[in-house]
Design a protein around this ligand. Structure first.
Ligand code: HEC
Ligand code: HEC
Length: 486
């Protein structure tokens, strides 16, 4: 071959190689591919809502952190914070994965707060129940774990990259990117978040199954958190169950009944998964929302005394049905999905007061760039919502702040409800209808000691003849039995 031809071939070769490299780099660094699931249930448990795009944690760092910083966890692995792992899975329920810019990233989805666990006995394996409120996950504990990691002198690329190599969770290029850029970016983000959410340190500790819903959006809207009115500062509440959304359309829901639209409640919830309007994966959230329309709780699995339950039915009809619906599937009742004023219900008012008129007015700005998605249904209310009681056996601890451990105690006046108890244990207590609440810990995990005397944690209210606390003991037992059929 004459030299000129050889040179031309070499140039062509180099050009093709460069072009291939450019295409590879473009594909790699612009990639945005979620892990997808065939079944709606798996999609709910593990599907991405888009949160990884802005809030994602590199998968390999997520996997390395419990190995590297066990001193900031209460026990072994994220299990010790109540995260639920199905056999054979490397990520817990409620954590989704998406490849963004060539790096697998993970973040939380709806299921982290809306999947719970039930064991029949301490020795049985747990059943994970979709749509139930999480009764085990301590998200504030998780947030504190990440903050502690971010401030640790060992949270450096040079410490983390070798662990990732040893665990085999990422390739050479990503390891080097994480070593020289990723860890620093993550530290900056975590330290900023820690600062933004420091207002939570002034609230009672949330423990498993609870979070503050409506103070975080104030942060997103740049409210001055240090000058919030005193009454708004505590917004801690239980995660709710989210079955039967079709039947809930038009009801005034959220604990304080501040929104009548299922769609808006879902979209407002998506902020909790780190997905902001520009990063939200709309088809994915719609898929979950559609599935939730008819998702239903499993029936009560333990024996029910049918004769006793049928004696409880008329008691329920007389006292409870107008506010809570005819049954666990028929939500008819003149006051269902309406708000009972705080002066009548008299439960702890902190969650109610934390949602302010100023926030209500400003929430319209959250989707400001998407006119057809702007929130229009939020309003300030003056009480708590009368919600349907579907799957009520799974919704312990009860009331919006999770201050009453079981249904049996809810039928007593506050003076006879437990002043303190443990949350986070998932072994069922069919006698009192709720989870066993006097076990302080298990397998190295300490459960959360709930103190009803702290502000926001009060267990008062929902008392008096209308709420069943003055019924005879016989009628209470019959009513309790009937509620098991919901
Ligand atoms: C960080 C935990 C968390 C995550 C993640 C989360 N939620 Fe929730 N969800 C809550 C809490 C807490 C409430 C109660 C809000 C209130 O009234 O204060 C709630 C309320 C709801 C409600 C209204 C329930 C009712 O009847 O009042 C729906 C529906 C809902 N969430 C759906 C979702 C969906 C869908 C997702 C995912 C896109 C999601 N949630 C993600 C914690 C979470
Ligand atoms: C006037 C309306 C009204 C009546 C009557 C009423 N409730 Fe309630 N109920 C409420 C409201 C409002 C709440 C929410 C209070 C809160 O969370 O602070 C509630 C909460 C509950 C809860 C807790 C739900 C959860 O997810 O934690 C249960 C269980 C319950 N009621 C059962 C009953 C029973 C049983 C009766 C009849 C003996 C009854 N209620 C009568 C309005 C009513």
């Amino acid at each position: 071959m004459p030299p000129r031809c050889r040179c031309r071939w070499a140039c062509w070769g180099a050009g093709v190689a460069l072009a291939a490299l450019a295409i590879w780099a473009a594909l790699r660094f612009t990639s945005d591919v979620p892990v997808t699931y065939a079944s709606n249930e798996d999609h709910f448990k593990y599907g991405s809502t888009g949160g990884e795009r802005s809030s994602g944690i590199p998968y390999s760092i997520w996997m390395a952190l419990p190995e590297l910083f066990p001193q900031y966890l209460p026990g072994k692995g994220l299990q010790s914070l109540g995260f639920l792992y199905e056999p054979g899975r490397d990520l817990p329920i409620g954590v989704s994965k998406r490849k963004v810019q060539g790096i697998d990233r993970v973040f939380l989805n709806c299921a982290v707060c809306h999947v719970g666990s039930v064991r029949d006995t301490p020795a049985s394996s747990p059943r994970f129940i979709l749509g139930m409120a999480s009764n085990t996950v301590d998200l504030q504990g998780f947030e504190r774990f990440l903050s502690a990691v971010a401030l640790d002198k060992d949270f450096t690329g040079d410490r983390i990259a070798p662990v990732i190599k040893k665990m085999g969770t990422d390739d050479w290029l990503n390891r080097e990117l994480i070593r020289y850029v990723g860890v620093d970016l993550m530290r900056d983000q975590l330290v900023t978040l820690r600062q933004m959410f420091s207002f939570m340190d002034g609230e009672p500790v949330f423990g498993p199954g609870r979070f503050d819903t409506f103070n975080p959006p104030k942060v997103l809207l740049n409210f001055r958190m240090d000058s919030l009115p005193e009454v708004e500062r505590i917004g801690v509440c239980n995660f709710p169950s989210i079955w039967h959304q079709r039947l809930r359309e038009g009801m005034e829901l959220h604990w304080d009944g501040n929104n009548t639209s299922v769609d808006e409640r879902n979209r407002s919830a998506a902020f909790g998964t780190g997905a902001l309007p520009p990063t939200l994966d709309r088809p994915s959230v719609h898929r979950t929302a559609d599935w939730l329309l008819d998702a239903a709780p499993p029936p009560y699995p333990y024996p029910v005394d049918a004769a006793l339950a049928s004696r409880g039915k008329p008691v329920y009809e007389q006292y409870c049905a107008r506010c809570h619906g005819a049954s666990g599937t028929d939500f008819a009742g003149e006051l269902v999905g309406k708000v009972t004023p705080i002066d009548l219900i008299k439960t702890d008012r902190h969650r109610l007061d934390s949602y302010s008129f100023a926030l209500c007015v400003n929430q319209g700005q959250l989707y400001a760039a998407y006119p057809e998605e702007r929130f229009q249904h939020f309003r300030k209310t003056n009480g708590y919502a009368n919600q349907p009681l579907d799957g009520i056996w799974l919704r312990a601890p009860y009331l919006h702040n999770g201050s009453v451990p079981n249904l049996r105690s809810l039928l007593e006046p506050a003076s006879r409800r437990p002043a303190s108890f443990y949350r986070g244990y998932d072994v069922y207590d069919p006698k009192n209808v709720g989870f066993i609440a006097d076990v302080p810990g298990e397998n190295g995990r300490a459960y959360f000691a709930y103190d009803t005397t702290l502000p926001g944690n009060g267990n008062h209210g929902h008392e008096g003849w209308a709420y069943g606390t003055e019924l005879s003991d016989d009628n209470k037992l019959a009513l309790l039995e009937f509620l098991k059929t919901f």
